[in-house]
Design a protein around this ligand. Structure first.
Ligand code: IPM
Ligand code: MG
Length: 350
């Protein structure tokens, strides 16, 4: 099995080093090949997604991705900015289905900004469409209009795109709590009206799964009011981006959440949902658990190594039970550790 390792920018290399350490320790028949991406890709090859990196990702059985984004490159033309690397990979590899599970580890309920009784036992799955919507819709740009500049983007979804992501959500719900909440803004947006119609029609083919609809503003509110009402949330690219950051804080920290981005054949790119955190990069304090848990998801979903995946997840739980905490999840009485010590502790608990 070949895994493409793309550490990226900011804390990316630090957290990726921990995940690689965990993968090595499992002694599976895997080859890992590393390549630069994001700002690092721009520095190495003048392109956030260098051709060699894309080729490696295409050939690999799975991709493990760190994070991209570096304020030093924010002033470059958009095509050269670090974020284009992840957007380009998603598009080029057809990774339309983004699974973002938000689970509260019992040990971390106190680290949530919400009261622990509101989040204890929380287990939701956000299914975010990842290759369409206003992220990729054309036309987009900044133009001159009536003597001033005007920025514009296009929100659009084709029926087939909505259908296939809806199916992913319904299939996932069948293996969980059998409930799907589809999130849109159908009271205002035509794209959302179509979304709602198509999801409803697909839902009729899954009579064993309960389907509800919710406007995105209400969903943002319900997620902090009563998050346990949700099982699977399915939504478009932009709403999913925002809601998944919000959901991460229910679990205590954005530093805990892994994700999978899958194509139609189940090949995937795995990444923590957090960004490159330039403010703490290079200080050895970032939480590597989201990346380590992303590696576990990769083993389970794309590499047919469910047992190895469970070993990683169990090791993470044990480390948390032992009271080890990086700064982002630290609470009084726990032992504060750095990135590397956290990675070593997971390895020791495998
Ligand atoms: C995410 C990130 C990306 C997104 C950025 C880095 C382009 O926020 O994966 O959630 O907006 O999709
Ligand atoms: Mg995001």
């Amino acid at each position: 099995m070949r895994i493409a390792i793309l550490p990226g920018d900011g804390i990316g290399p630090e957290i990726m080093a921990q995940a690689v350490k965990v993968l090595r320790r499992l002694a599976l028949p895997v080859e890992m090949h590393e390549a630069p991406v994001g700002g690092a890709g721009y520095v190495a090859a003048g392109d956030p997604l260098p051709a060699k990196t894309l080729a490696l990702a295409r050939e690999a059985d799975a991709v493990l991705f760190g994070a991209v984004g570096d304020p030093r490159y924010d002033k470059l033309e958009r095509a050269k900015r670090p974020e284009q690397a992840i957007l380009g990979l998603r598009k080029a590899l057809g990774l339309f289905a983004n699974l973002r599970p938000a689970r509260v580890h019992p040990e971390l309920a106190a680290a949530s900004a919400l009261k622990s009784e509101v989040v204890a036992g929380l287990d939701i799955l956000i299914v975010r469409e990842l290759t369409g919507d206003i992220y990729f819709g054309e036309p987009k740009g900044i133009r001159q209009s009536a003597g001033e500049r005007e920025g514009y983007d296009t929100m659009r979804y084709r029926e087939s795109e909505i259908k296939r992501i809806a199916r992913v959500a319904f299939d996932a719900a069948r293996k969980r709590g059998k409930r799907v909440c589809s999130v849109d803004k159908a009271n205002v947006l035509e794209t959302s009206q179509l979304w709602r119609d198509v999801v409803s029609a697909e839902g009729a083919k899954y009579p064993d799964v309960e389907l509800t609809h919710m406007y995105v503003d209400n969903c943002a509110m319900q997620l902090v009011r009563n998050p346990k009402q949700f099982d699977v949330i399915v939504t478009g690219n932009l709403f999913g981006d925002i809601l998944s950051d919000e959901a991460s804080m229910l679990t205590g920290s954005i530093g805990m959440l892994p994700s999978a981005a899958l194509d139609e054949a189940g090949k995937g790119l795995y990444e923590p949902i957090h960004g490159s955190a330039p403010d703490i990069a290079g200080r050895g304090v970032a939480n590597p658990l989201a990346t380590i848990l992303s590696a576990a998801m990769m083993l389970g979903y794309s590499l047919n190594q469910a047992q190895a995946a469970s070993r990683i997840e169990a090791a993470v739980s044990r480390v948390l039970r032992d009271g080890l905490r990086t700064a982002d999840i630290h609470t009084a009485g726990a032992r504060k550790v750095g990135t590397e010590e956290m990675g070593d502790a997971v390895v020791a608990n495998l």
